[in-house]
Design a protein around this ligand. Sequence first.
Ligand code: AMP
Ligand code: ZN
Ligand code: ZN
Length: 418
Amino acid sequence: MKVNLARIVFLFLLVCFVLRSAAAQPAIRDLEPTVILLSLDGFHPDYLNEYQPPTLNRLARKGVRAEWLIPAFPSKTFPNHYTVATGLYPDRHGIIENNMYDREIGAVFGLSVREQVENPRWWGGEPIWVTAERQNKRAAAFFFPGTETLINNTRPTYWKTYQHDLPNEQRVDAVLGWLDLPKAQRPRVVTMYFSDVDDAGHAASPRSEATRAAVLKVDANIKRLMDGLKRRKIERKVNLIVVSDHGMAPYRLRDAIVLDDFFAADDAERIFWVGEFTQIFPKAGKEEEIYRRIKAKLPATADIYRRGEFPARYKFGSNSRIAPLVVVPKPGTVITNRKRFNEAQQKGTLDVVRGGHGYDNADPTMRALFIAHGKAFKKNLVVKPFENVEIYNLMTRILGLSPAPNDGDLSRVRHLLK
Ligand code: AMP
Ligand code: ZN
Ligand code: ZN
């Protein structure tokens, strides 16, 4: 009898403790329209079916999914993130590639050149976080290209310097922490970024165990976010927009075009050997010769363009930052130079299948992801593909902001919203 009483008291205390810990996370009851824009770098929409990530598929089922999202050309990381953020094509916002060369001042922009990434001069147009801040709504960024830079003299109220290896869990928890702030300090638009799927796609190709594992990993990170929102009783209210910047195409270096076999690389002042979108800055008076030589030998697996002569559908080629000559291979092919090719041959890595992007934005391999879930979005809806320039207007509409001039048109995506 005595023992039983002790047990009852113990169980009672245990129940009290459990209830208290569950209640330790206060609900957020005064949430205003809020957008979380999450980018999963290099996530091809086919991965939803191939790798069956449970959380993403649940969000896609319950909310809106596009058959695919059409990236901007070139299908590279910085140009496309900044297109999603501004609604402008890369030609117009100025981040025309991950690597840029400004001949006038001799400055080189690259993802790891912090001083340039943070230099406002490269970044044109008005990204969503600047639109929000300028209209007195706070923005927060746990990474997104451009959020580390003063644009129109404005940065998100909360932002972080990019750190590739910072665990995604910490990013998620920090975002939840920002939402816990009192209403006056709470951000209305939050950007997030996970690189894992792109990393794996490059290293091991889209069809690989590594890519499957990365897809399931970011899915678990999104579950952590959704569980956090649920504990705060806002998982149906927050508008979560999950996008990717581009897809991924498999290639082997054995099939690469060894470009400097075709012309004298010394005739160029600078060449960005990035694999896909290859920019050549000829020395004075050498442009015609380089163009002719490459054109004469280039196989059908690539095209060479003068800056102003890209196909019209790319909506690309008027920005003066673009190199005078650009070689663009077809998906499945990369561009390299003799030195790198020979090194790979010696190492025996020519037949390793890897992944790349930067190609024709209409190619099926370059398709991107769009899933949206939350109060403003319709439910159980699959929509036809649309371009990523449309996302800026969707966000300003949800947030009640007046949009800056941009290349999107709300009427093309209005049907996604309630
Ligand atoms: P890409 O070369 O187009 O495949 O670019 C992908 C890489 O961009 C990722 O591996 C990230 O490390 C890098 N990245 C993404 N966001 C940022 C950022 N804000 N600053 C610097 N690098 C970034
Ligand atoms: Zn990317
Ligand atoms: Zn990439």
